[in-house]
Ligand binder design. Structure first.
Ligand code: KG4
Ligand code: ZN
Length: 336
């Protein structure tokens, strides 16, 4: 049988990305063109700009991924692209390009769930993650705690009731005028701050479930700043950043810890853009260790949006013969 060589495309938000994934799954090439500079001055992603930039970049990014893999388009065995969730106009660009390639090369096509991609990024660092495992996915749009009895059988333990963790980072960074994306800005500034300087609430762990909530914390930061300014006091942004980051990480890890006690998984996986955060990585690693579970987290470049993770998720689908028809459309609110 021919070796697998999957071309994967990701355009759900503000990264135009393509990758070639081989058996394992392993990364053969991984190209990401970030659009951040075009969105920065607006303080967040502008959907219309994202679609247009994807259109400008997509062919080059795909060609570069194939070139860097040192192969020809004819060597590919399947094509995959992110189907959702994401910005509909942005998704359409990558999805249509990938479908056109699948059609012209007569290859199987796989429409991948973006969140599944984040989770499967972990399988690029280790192909044999033991089950059962618990995965905490934290991105700009998602905060999901899931229990996997095998790599493709899972139940949701908890999700956010309001903002996603990354969304909370972005909103607070915007409020503090720190720039976009907020997560890395807050993390950087927090290095010079004292995480105990500002008392901020941690949403209590519910008795029944494992749901998350960040709106109370967000309001507490905003109130703190308004009150200080009303009293004519200088605010220390580094202290606020450090205290906020610590509160987000505690709110994530206290639920994770409760789940580990209850489910006793063999492994803990962390995924999504917020998984790039060093404090979160450290705290989750130490909780996993305390509960005798292996800890997995992708390297930073595979935490934030990329196409390699989409190829990894597609690889497992392809193994099961689970491919899609070419009349499949994108879905902005696609769920797992
Ligand atoms: O997974 P991702 O690249 O895109 C989505 O699928 O949403 O995640 C982006 C999110 C943004 O909200 C960004 O602020 C956050 O991940 N993020 C971080 C860090 N790097 C990115 N949050 C905290 N600390 C970081 N170092
Ligand atoms: Zn993402």
């Amino acid at each position: 049988m021919k070796d697998n060589l999957i071309l994967a495309v990701e355009t759900s938000c503000d990264e135009s990305a393509a990758a070639v994934i081989g058996d394992g799954p392993t990364i053969i090439s991984n190209v990401v063109a970030s659009q951040i500079d075009w969105h920065k001055k607006f303080g967040g992603v502008v959907p219309e700009i994202a679609s247009r930039k994807h259109l400008e970049l997509i062919d080059t990014v795909i060609e570069e991924a194939v070139e860097k893999a040192n192969i020809d388009f004819q060597d590919l065995t399947a094509v995959a692209a992110t189907r959702g969730p994401g910005l509909v106009g942005a998704l359409l660009v990558g999805f249509a390009s990938a479908k056109a390639l699948a059609l012209s090369l007569d290859l199987p096509f796989i429409g991948v769930n973006h969140v599944a991609g984040h989770i499967y990024a972990n399988f690029l660092i280790d192909n044999d993650i033991p089950s059962p495992f618990i995965c905490l996915t934290v991105s700009g749009g998602h905060t999901d705690l899931m229990y996997f009895t095998s790599p493709d059988e899972y139940t949701f333990l908890g999700r956010t009731r309001d903002d996603a963790a990354g969304e909370a980072f972005d909103k607070i960074a915007r409020f503090l005028e720190l720039g976009y994306p907020g997560g890395p800005e807050i993390e950087n500034l927090a290095k010079q701050g004292d995480s105990k300087a500002v008392k901020l609430p941690r949403a209590l762990v519910g008795t029944a479930g494992f749901d998350f909530s960040f709106s109370g914390l967000k309001t507490a930061v905003i109130n703190y700043v308004h009150n200080a300014r009303q009293r004519g006091q200088e605010i220390n942004k580094a202290n606020i950043a450090a205290s906020f980051q610590a509160a987000v990480v505690d709110s994530l890890t206290n639920r994770l810890e409760k789940a580990l006690k209850e489910y006793r998984p063999k492994a803990v996986l962390l995924s999504g853009g917020v998984a790039a955060n060093q404090l979160l990585r450290k705290q989750v690693e130490s909780i996993a260790e305390d509960h005798d579970a292996n800890f997995y987290v992708p390297p930073l470049e595979l935490c934030t949006d990329n196409a390699a993770m989409i190829g990894a998720a597609a690889y497992y689908r392809l193994q099961k013969g689970d491919t899609d028809e070419l009349d499949l459309g994108v879905e902005a609110t696609l769920s797992m």
